[in-house]
Design a protein. Structure first.
Length: 89
């Protein structure tokens, strides 16, 4: 149980420490949290999130749309702008 708490704490500490260096090395640290990315997805029609990840400098969300289809979106980590939205019926 302690390991489950320690690993996220270490990751958060590493990201916090990397923020100044991130600006110099090109590493993108998101201003928008995973919860905020989920909220943006929900406003845009996602009712069930299957997968959310921060990869290639953007939040990527896969889930179910209100109409029952599948939806994938990519969200900008600083502005919350939807960079890509694909619906599969």
């Amino acid at each position: 149980m302690r390991i489950r708490i320690a690993i996220p704490a270490i990751l958060v500490a590493c990201l916090a420490a990397a923020t100044p260096a991130g600006a110099q090395s090109g590493v993108v640290v998101p201003n928008i949290s995973a919860a905020e990315a989920q909220d943006i997805a929900a406003v845009n029609g996602v009712i069930g999130i299957r997968k959310i990840e921060f990869n290639d400098g953007a939040w990527k969300i896969e889930g179910l749309a209100r109409d029952g289809g599948r939806i994938e979106m990519k969200i900008h980590p600083q502005t919350g702008e939807i960079l890509r939205l694909e619906r599969y019926y």
